[in-house]
Write a protein that binds this ligand. Structure first.
Ligand SMILES: Cc1ncc(COP(=O)(O)O)c(C=O)c1O
Length: 433
């Protein structure tokens, strides 16, 4: 077998004997070939075999400014000569939280954490403390990290999903505490009546509704017209909080996230990925009275690396770059993404392959099906998975690096050259499907 990935395979084989599975996150083992990388520059990656790729994974999202953005690199290098972490206050913290406040509508107060999963955990805890209720209503197919109370009804096996209107509560992992399910409720997304029914049947029980404002982890499906505003209204009417999980949409869809785009302000929102431009950083932002519970309301919250200066220095620069010229960088990134979507649709049509592309400019998914619209997680179940796998592998061989589920992230430094190369690769690959 000709093997342009031989060095990666050798390293994987070696790593297996010490590193569980040879990878640092089991999700990463799903790639057709779990590649080992050497470097990244702008929108491009180079693996240890010397292969170069136009990259649409952006490290599962964070590299919104591409790899090794010069201004971020320079600032982080300078900070590295100072201190890597203090476990105490430093001047960059309020700089970033003030930029956050200016950009994000709900951000009366901000707290920094290190991963999206942690930020979600904190949001749920705050919601429970604030309302004195336990149940968090989430939506089928939405991913909010891997903590016990969050990893519920996310991509369950089809035979365990239950009816579409009443999705079953399913665990995402062995070893989750069973009573996590007792504090979770699940509804189909983009169905406001389903949310009304759950509130009506459980008066005074639901602490919060949590949603990805765009279902990025379930095929990049968009919220229906007025859906997020309706969630806002129902939550308020029932004394529950609305939490937007903007770990993907934050600092990507617009500078102020999906909440700015849709004009719907949640009580709390979680952020990660793009805000650190490649450094590990996440945050929770929200109403002052709720956030202050961490200081004066008995809500415990910690984290050795919270607010560490390396990550915040990266964020400080990244938020400047993204905010400059009235947010021109993200507007251009979204335009580039829409151009890539069109190019993929054209390439597929030319080859007679039915695809459905949905999402927004900087985060979208290619689905192999004949649908004309996709609104719920289960709409993905009829996708042709074999064809997707062949497409992802074909694109890899053509030098275009994609996530295994067909999702694509576009950065501010992808441009005309990447659009052309991706279109040409897609034409060749679709012709083989
Ligand atoms: C919407 C959403 N929330 C939370 C998380 C968890 O973030 P992390 O992987 O940083 O823990 C993710 C990760 O992909 C995510 O997409």
């Amino acid at each position: 077998m000709s093997d342009r990935y031989s060095r990666s395979r050798q390293l994987l084989e070696r790593a297996r004997h010490s590193l569980t599975g040879g990878v640092s996150s089991p999700f990463r083992a799903h790639f057709p070939v779990p590649l080992y990388f050497e470097s990244g520059q702008g929108p491009r990656l180079r693996d240890v075999d010397g292969n170069e790729y136009v990259d649409y994974t952006l490290a599962w999202g964070p590299n919104i400014l591409g790899y090794a953005h010069p201004r971020v690199t320079e600032a982080v290098a300078r900070q590295a000569l100072g201190a890597h972490t203090f476990g105490a206050q430093h001047a960059v913290e309020p700089e970033v939280s003030e930029k956050f406040q200016r950009a994000v509508p709900c951000a009366e107060r901000v707290a920094f954490t290190s991963s999206g999963s942690e930020a979600v955990q904190l949001a749920m805890r705050l919601a429970r403390a604030h309302t004195g209720r336990n149940v968090v209503l989430k939506f089928e197919g939405h991913y909010h990290g891997w903590m016990d109370s969050a990893l519920i009804s996310y991509r369950a096996p089809v035979d365990q999903m239950g009816p579409e209107d009443e999705p079953a509560i399913t665990f995402g992992s062995k070893g989750q505490v069973p009573n996590a399910a007792g504090n979770a409720m699940v509804a189909p997304w983009n169905d406001i009546e389903a949310v009304e029914r759950r509130f009506a049947a459980n008066p005074g029980k639901i602490a919060a509704v949590i949603t990805e404002p765009v279902l990025c982890n379930g095929g990049c499906m968009m919220p229906g017209e007025g859906y997020l505003a309706a969630l806002r209204e129902i939550a308020t009417r029932h004394g529950a909080l609305l939490i937007f999980d903007e770990v993907i949409t934050g600092f990507r869809m617009t500078l102020g996230g999906a909440q700015a785009h849709y004009g719907v302000t949640p009580d709390l929102a979680t952020f990660g990925k793009a805000m650190g431009a490649g450094m590990p950083l996440s945050a929770i932002a929200g109403r002052r009275d709720i956030m202050e519970l961490m200081m004066t309301g008995g809500v415990a919250f910690g984290g050795t690396f919270n607010g560490n200066p390396m990550s915040l220095t990266a964020a400080n620069v990244a938020l400047d770059v993204l905010a400059e010229n009235d947010g021109a960088a993200l507007k251009q990134a979204n335009d580039t993404g829409y151009a890539i979507q069109s190019a993929l649709r054209e390439a597929a049509a030319a080859a007679g392959i039915p695809i459905h592309v949905c999402g927004f400019g900087t985060a979208f998914s290619v689905h192999f099906n004949e649908r004309t619209s996709m609104v719920r997680f289960r709409d993905m179940l009829s996708n042709d998975k074999d064809r997707l796998a062949k497409y992802v592998r074909g694109m890899l061989d053509e030098g275009v690096y994609l996530l295994p589920d067909g999702r694509m992230y576009v950065s501010c430094v992808h441009g005309a050259r990447e659009i052309d190369e991706t279109a040409a690769a897609a034409r060749r690959v679709f012709a083989t499907l």
